[in-house]
Design a protein around this ligand. Structure first.
Ligand code: ADP
Ligand code: MG
Length: 251
């Protein structure tokens, strides 16, 4: 894959007949869905239903067993795909913030920019500063992660991903490890990002966020998509019994 292969008229993410086994355990059983540029797709479902595995297949942190995934028209599942380039276009934010503990905030935000994107240090610093401002942490560039709250660390993780200038962002339960009072700030940053038109795939238990910000809601259970549609409609009036049962527990 090279920059010239990118087809911005294609779906941002296109997943076709995706299957994934871990040994004998079939975790994804034929997943099909698309995300269009600028859309926010929220993925919900019980623990163990395959949400993280699906997300991780999109940037090849997991190897799909069969099926195809395209990102902006480029086949991610092609064995010859340039994984560094692919991942530099796909920002990922995890439940555990995964900042480098021995690096300052600024170094966390510039290291991949200079090493992977080959940006000059001063350019990387400038981009980092604008993203720190975006997440409301402009004054913390010299801090170490351990001196920040969980919510601040997660906003730094988002700023770090944004500093690579990704075309799309994947979030895997970004607020699940946070104390309740810190959740709102992180969701606020994600909402701003959505408003700016970022393409986002978000695994979350935050149904309010899904309803308000999501363009599409996907409900997974047992390795399949049971139901997908407009978040307001799916949450208010789920068609499938399994969706109803799940929502009755979490709403
Ligand atoms: P979710 O994110 O919906 O909770 P996961 O995608 O994490 O679900 O997990 C789906 C299933 O895949 C679970 O049964 C889990 O144990 C299994 N699984 C996930 N990652 C691995 C792995 N690296 N090795 C073996 N099994 C895994
Ligand atoms: Mg998970």
């Amino acid at each position: 894959m090279s920059e010239t292969d990118i087809d911005r008229s294609a779906h941002a993410i296109d997943v076709q007949e995706l299957h994934k086994y871990f040994g004998e355990n079939q975790v994804l059983k034929g997943i099909d869905f698309e995300v269009d540029a600028g859309q926010v797709v929220c993925v919900i479902g019980p623990s163990g239903s395959g949400k993280s595995t699906l997300l991780r297949c999109v940037n090849r942190l997991e190897e799909p067993t069969s099926g195809k995934i395209f990102v902006e028209g480029v086949e991610v599942t092609d064995p010859d795909v340039d994984l560094d380039l692919l991942r530099s276009r796909i920002g990922m934010v995890f439940q555990q913030f995964n900042l480098f503990p021995h690096l300052t905030v600024m170094d966390n935000l510039t290291i991949a920019q200079t090493k992977v994107k080959k940006r000059r240090k001063d350019e990387a610093v400038q981009i980092a500063r604008s993203n720190l401002e975006k997440v409301g942490l402009a004054n913390r560039e010299d801090a170490y992660p351990a001196h920040l709250s969980g919510g601040q660390q997660q906003r730094i993780a988002i700023a770090r991903a944004l500093s690579m200038s990704p075309d799309l962002m994947l979030f895997d339960e970004p607020t699940s490890a946070l104390d309740p009072e810190l959740v709102g700030d992180v969701l606020g940053v994600m909402k701003d990002l959505a408003k700016e038109g970022m393409t986002m795939m978000v695994v979350t238990h935050e149904m309010g966020f899904a309803r308000e910000v999501g363009d599409k809601l996907v409900f997974m259970d047992g390795g399949v998509i049971v139901e997908q549609g407009d978040p307001v409609e799916v949450l208010a009036d789920p068609r499938e019994q399994r969706t109803q049962a799940f929502l009755s527990k979490v709403l």
